[in-house]
Ligand binder design. Structure first.
Ligand SMILES: [Mg+2]
Ligand SMILES: [Zn+2]
Length: 195
């Protein structure tokens, strides 16, 4: 017996790095953006089911000064292109460009936390306000403890995937509600347990 019912599910929130694409390190060029096998097909199945699909991603490389808007756009373009090859699309992308210790490529004098960097929930609050859904209508799929903690903080179900960090980043003390091998398996699980 599952602890969640997925019958109200209509929103899938995806972390990007380590869920959609491989994450050998920070993704700083479009060449470094390489899809995880079957992740695009998994998104296509989310689309076909009629669920909305949003990417919620921490990109602290902006704060570190390693990533600019134009370069990030080329990475996003590649993601869209790779998804399109499988007939998949995402309905929106929400980004935190901040880092507590960095600003404009320089170390901060004192750490400052923003509300949008996961495990913060501001991006989740923004997308849910824009599209009018509640935490119990959504699920968040991620590879990092910051994803699991964000989901828990906001009150939505989290599925951990064993790609990317596979939950081994030791940042937050948080576990997902369920584990699956990858995005494809996570979507299979959701499709099996929803109406
Ligand atoms: Mg990740
Ligand atoms: Zn932020």
């Amino acid at each position: 017996m599952l602890k969640h019912s997925f019958n109200k599910l209509r929103i899938v929130l995806l972390d990007r790095d380590g869920v959609i694409n491989q994450e050998p390190g920070p993704i700083l060029t479009s060449e470094q953006f390489v899809m995880i096998p079957n992740s695009a097909s998994a998104v296509a199945r989310i689309n076909a089911k009629g669920w909305l699909c949003f990417v919620i991603t921490n990109q602290s490389a902006f704060a570190r000064g390693d990533l600019s808007e134009p370069v990030f756009q080329t990475i996003t373009d590649k993601m869209h292109l790779e998804l399109e090859k499988s007939g998949a699309h995402i309905d929106g992308q929400y980004i935190c460009p901040h880092h507590p210790d960095w600003e404009n490529g320089k170390r901060r004098m004192a750490p400052k936390r923003c509300a949008c960097r996961k495990p913060g929930t501001l991006l989740l609050e923004q997308v849910s306000a824009e599209y009018g859904f509640s935490p119990d209508e959504a699920v968040l799929i991620g590879d990092s403890t910051s994803d699991f903690a964000a989901a828990a903080n906001w009150g939505t179900c989290a599925i951990g995937v064993r790609t990317g960090h596979a939950g081994q980043d030791d940042k937050e003390n948080a576990d997902p509600d369920y584990w699956e091998d990858d995005l494809w398996s996570a979507v299979e699980f959701l499709l099996a347990y929803s109406t």
